[in-house]
Design a protein around this ligand. Structure first.
Ligand SMILES: O=C(O)CCC(=O)c1ccccc1C(=O)O
Ligand SMILES: [Mg+2]
Length: 375
């Protein structure tokens, strides 16, 4: 697999409605669409960092720097046979997982296309359809969230995740249970907004039959989460705290969580995502695929990894129309049946790029080949 050219295009894609979590509010997506070219095929992926370092330490600009100064030159000068070689190549670079994942993901798509396989199949996924849920942001009032959830329930989403923060938690969950009853598959994501000092408040959430509580405590903690899990009936799911399969092993050994949210970007790529999946499967810990408000390209990667067998809980990969007036893929990501997405069986990610949409959203771009990169 001789990599001849690598490009990024920086896109600004406006959200239909601003999305808010305890870490901040977002009105548009600012991300890099990555293309990796080899022998007539092109692999695609996108960078998933937020524009601010409040979810994790990366931003679109830190990714741009890492790709431009370090990772693209490294990739262009290294012999690559399989996508796992990219994971190995970048293993000496500490963290910067979303930068690594953006390039590694494009090489996975390229590799699958060169083998004539769907990305799902290349990863070892067998599932042809996946159940999906939706993540609902914080709104000005509890009633606003209830109204939004009404729409998503009507759409047929299989899991409703709501964002919570101190002062916007028990009253919200209470209102949702009152309106939709106990059988609605409901969970809450705190994005690290609480500490163990709020134990009594967090324990109140035990009364609402939540499927799980996602990342209640600090982004870099597994010790307090273990103490909390031992006093909580509701399963804890870790998102921010898990960056590697080793992190997953430690958290599971300690009893810090009963479920893991796998995000390809947060863990540095599909190779590591698959390792976490496999470790969790061997230890009877279910996983699901988290979202980062991706365009259709990132959504396609999420669908592919979700075809693996231990993704037994509906993820955050909703339809394109949940976020975008127009997505950058054709066809757009849409339900096969309510709450169900088809896993594409065409080569690679199974979606084409809508280049006229990309050109309209583009704010910056750069192309690299052996002739313009000093290696
Ligand atoms: O719909 C999605 O893509 C998931 C939205 C979401 O919850 C989220 C979005 C941005 C950053 C972090 C998170 C999260 O899961 O914590
Ligand atoms: Mg989360």
């Amino acid at each position: 697999m001789k990599i001849e050219r690598i490009e990024w295009k920086r896109l600004h894609l406006p959200l239909k409605d601003p999305f808010e979590a305890s870490f901040g509010r977002l009105a548009k997506r600012d991300f890099l669409l990555i293309s990796v070219h080899s022998e007539g095929e092109t692999g695609y992926a996108e960078s998933v960092a937020m524009p601010f370092p409040y979810y994790n330490e990366e931003t679109t600009d830190t990714i741009l720097y890492m790709l431009d100064a370090i990772m693209i030159p490294m990739l262009l000068k290294s012999p690559i046979e399989r996508p796992e070689d990219v994971d190995r190549l970048f293993s000496s670079i500490r963290r910067n997982n979303m930068a690594k994942a953006a390039l590694e993901g494009a090489v996975w798509d390229l590799y699958a296309k060169q083998q004539g396989l769907s990305l799902a199949h290349a990863l070892g996924g067998k599932r042809k359809e996946i159940d999906v849920g939706v993540s609902v942001g914080i709104e000005p009032s509890v009633e606003d969230v209830v109204r939004k959830v009404e729409g998503f329930v009507a759409d047929g989403y299989k899991k409703i995740k709501v964002k919570i923060k101190p002062g916007f938690d028990i009253t919200l969950i209470e209102a949702l249970r009152k309106r939709f009853g106990d059988s609605l598959p409901l969970m809450a994501d705190a994005n690290s907004a609480y500490t163990l000092d709020q134990l009594d408040l967090i324990k109140e959430l035990d009364h609402y039959n939540l499927i799980m509580i996602e990342q209640p405590l600090a982004h870099d903690d597994i010790v307090d989460h273990a103490r909390l899990q031992h006093q909580l009936n509701t399963p804890i799911c870790l998102d921010e705290s898990i960056h590697t399969a080793e992190d997953a092993r430690r958290a599971i050994e300690l009893g810090s969580c009963k479920i893991i949210n796998i995000k390809i970007g947060r863990v540095g790529g599909l190779t590591e995502a698959k390792k976490i999946h496999d470790f969790c499967q061997a230890n009877d810990v279910p996983v699901w695929c988290g979202g980062m408000l991706e365009s259709g390209v990132g959504r396609a990667h999420n669908i592919a990894i979700t075809s693996l067998p231990n993704f037994t809980i509906p993820g955050d990969t909703s339809a394109s129309s949940r976020y975008w007036a127009q997505d950058i893929v054709v066809p757009e990501v849409d339900f096969l049946r309510p709450g169900i997405l088809a896993v594409p069986d065409g080569p690679g990610i199974g979606y084409a790029i809508n280049w006229s949409a990309v050109e309209a959203l583009k704010v910056q771009e750069k192309s690299y080949s052996h002739t313009n990169v000093t290696i």
